[in-house]
Design a binder for this molecule. Structure first.
Ligand code: NCD
Length: 359
């Protein structure tokens, strides 16, 4: 069975086939009206969300299927202290597929270990957000006509922004990608992605603090919100919250054929004047999010019993009772789970649930 917990759970062929299916759904919408009839999607949202939850709901409804679940865990048994492993073993009796958002990193991975139906990670803490990644890839494809051979600038909160982490991981599947990381020192991309993903795979990336300096080279500018809710203190947030503002003056430095993406919600990092620029693709991106989730639901259910589509093997994972993950935002600190670790090429050990350094 195939779950989607991390973007690297999908091969390049699988990503391309989901994108191709999404493009077919766009061209032949009526063909898909009933394909999920009598099928149920459970949306388990333990953390606030507007567009991700609504786009999953509308995706399943457009396919003729049903949706059940909760948008606020306070109204579920979770408030009585139920652990994720138990919740999923109950919920998988009621549905064919699950989309889970959780503030604890690794919670959807735990769910996937116990579920009899495919689990989709709809965002876990600051860690990963693979369905936003599929949305971003479909948007890049539709805006530029290709995903290979592009220069993409990630700007803003690269530390806590899970959409950035996931998109960079997925881009390792493509050719000729140049990445420019635009962030203040406090919001740099986490070390595990710089070292374990970019350096290890020899990805072409560089870091800068000045958006203006690189604007003219970019095919895609991926703007992000500074993630206030993930900062340890409000003083730290206040210091960096206005680091970058994209306005018409900066847009004037960009290529004529370029696209601005943003996972939304936006706060003040893109001024409203930019919205009317034809290169502002972020509202088109929302529409792509629904279509790509339709394609994902269809694909995971089609692949469910196909031995050609299973989760990647991880022989490098190990358990060691003397090791503990100290990330308080990790599911392994909050619930009784099997503690799993992996050794990285630089010799460091990381928690499999949240990627935090251990030891
Ligand atoms: C993002 C998220 O939830 O991580 N939004 C989304 O899924 N569309 C980005 C954000 O909250 O800033």
């Amino acid at each position: 069975m195939k779950h989607l917990i991390d973007p690297t759970d999908l091969t390049r062929e699988e990503i391309d086939s989901i994108i191709a299916l999404a493009e077919d759904i766009i061209s032949n919408k009526d063909k898909y009206n009933e394909v999920m009839r009598h099928r149920n999607l459970a949306t388990l949202f333990y953390e606030p969300s507007t567009r991700t939850r609504l786009s999953f709901t509308s995706a399943m409804m457009e396919l003729g299927g049903n949706v059940l679940g909760f948008a606020d865990a306070r109204n579920s048994s979770v408030s009585k202290g139920e652990i994720v492993a138990d919740t999923i073993r109950v919920v998988d009796n009621f549905c064919d597929i699950v989309a889970m958002r959780h503030s604890l990193e690794g919670a959807p991975l735990v769910a996937s270990h116990f579920s009899h139906v495919p689990v989709i990670n709809a965002g876990d803490g600051s860690h990963a957000h693979p369905t936003q990644t599929l949305t971003d890839l479909l948007t890049i494809k539709r805006e530029l006509g290709r995903i290979d051979n592009i220069t993409i600038g990630f700007c803003g909160d690269l530390k806590y922004g899970r959409t950035v982490h996931s998109l960079i991981k997925a881009l390792t599947r493509y050719e000729g990608i140049r990445i420019v990381l635009i962030a203040p020192d406090e919001l740099r991309l986490p070390g595990y992605i710089r070292k374990d993903v970019c350096d290890r795979l020899g990805m072409d990336y560089r870091e800068t603090r000045h958006l203006e300096d690189v604007m003219g080279e970019l095919d895609i500018l991926y703007m992000t919100r500074v993630q206030r809710e993930r900062f340890p203190s409000m003083e730290e947030y206040e210091r960096v919250k206005d680091s970058f503002v994209l306005d018409p003056a900066k847009m004037a430095l960009a290529k004529e054929k370029m696209a601005v993406l943003h996972p939304l919600p936006r706060v003040n990092e893109i001024t409203q004047e930019v919205d009317t620029d034809p290169r502002a693709a972020y509202f088109r991106q929302v529409g792509n999010g629904k279509i790509v989730r339709m394609a994902l639901i269809c694909s995971l259910l089609k692949w469910k019993d196909d031995p050609a589509h299973v989760m990647p093997e991880h022989p490098e994972y190990f358990t060691d009772p003397s090791l503990h993950c100290h990330n308080t935002k990790c599911i392994s600190s909050a619930e009784p789970v099997e503690h799993l670790f992996r050794k990285c090429p630089d010799g460091s050990v990381r928690c499999v649930y949240c990627d935090a350094l251990v030891g």
